[in-house]
Design a protein around this ligand. Sequence first.
Ligand SMILES: Nc1ncnc2c1ncn2[C@@H]1O[C@H](COP(=O)(O)OP(=O)(O)O)[C@@H](O)[C@H]1O
Ligand SMILES: [Mg+2]
Length: 271
Amino acid sequence: MGNEMGNEMGHETPETQLEVQPLLSAIDLCKSYGGLRAVDRVSIQVPSGSITGLIGPNGAGKTTLFNLLCNFAHPDSGQVTFDGAPIHTLPSHQISQKGLVRTFQVARVLSRLSVMENMLLAAQHQTGEKFWNVWFRPGQTQKEERQQREYASEILASVGLSAMAQSYAGALSGGQRKLLEIARALMVRPKMILLDEPAAGVNPTLINQICEHITQWNQAGITFLIIEHNMDVIMSLCDRVWVLAEGQNLASGTPIEIQQDPLVLKAYLGQ
Ligand SMILES: Nc1ncnc2c1ncn2[C@@H]1O[C@H](COP(=O)(O)OP(=O)(O)O)[C@@H](O)[C@H]1O
Ligand SMILES: [Mg+2]
């Protein structure tokens, strides 16, 4: 009897651990620029399937943390684990192939290319397409491109950018560029997207649309970590929020807990 219980419990423990293991986990990340500790022993966890927020005053280290999570900047120390494996030693394109992608605070769309070309380029980078495939397997390459075009058209339709597919990306409004950036991120069928201020400089109507899309994509299985100053966006979307201040962890909790946390208020009001 005692033995059976022991077996059962022995069985349960690892399963429970698997369930609670976050999709993304950063431990003790550090990054200095000269004498400035932009990110100073920061740890965060993002549960699979969540929409998690990352907030903090300007200069708190939020964007630098994103850079470290995707290895756009190399951490001085610390670890990043994604989907059960360490990623902080991998180059960014391999991190994206594993299903972790990001957008930028200032959207990085290619203005002189069409919206559709921007989409296809994102997919091409992902597959690591070999140029000799074009010579030796032309049929395969054409088929893949056709499939990618169809997938891109579907995504553009879902974000209301179909009519702009052949326009220069430079002709899009600020809000539409943000949408295009997220749409490009979706081309690689990611498990998780890091969004750096998706609502910044976007008009209120489009902000609502972006929030609705994020909710839909989340329901389809994509996990999000979102940096955002717009507290309505954070409050309405996020399950959990992490707060950074002066390069360090300050707090984490539900949006309501964070809103009422005296430490957080103090950091924002600079008292
Ligand atoms: N490449 C860099 N070189 C020098 N300093 C940087 C660099 N990137 C960020 N910083 C500094 O690190 C701090 C955190 O910046 P950042 O991560 O952009 O903050 P946030 O996104 O929270 O506003 C700031 O003081 C910023 O000036
Ligand atoms: Mg920033």
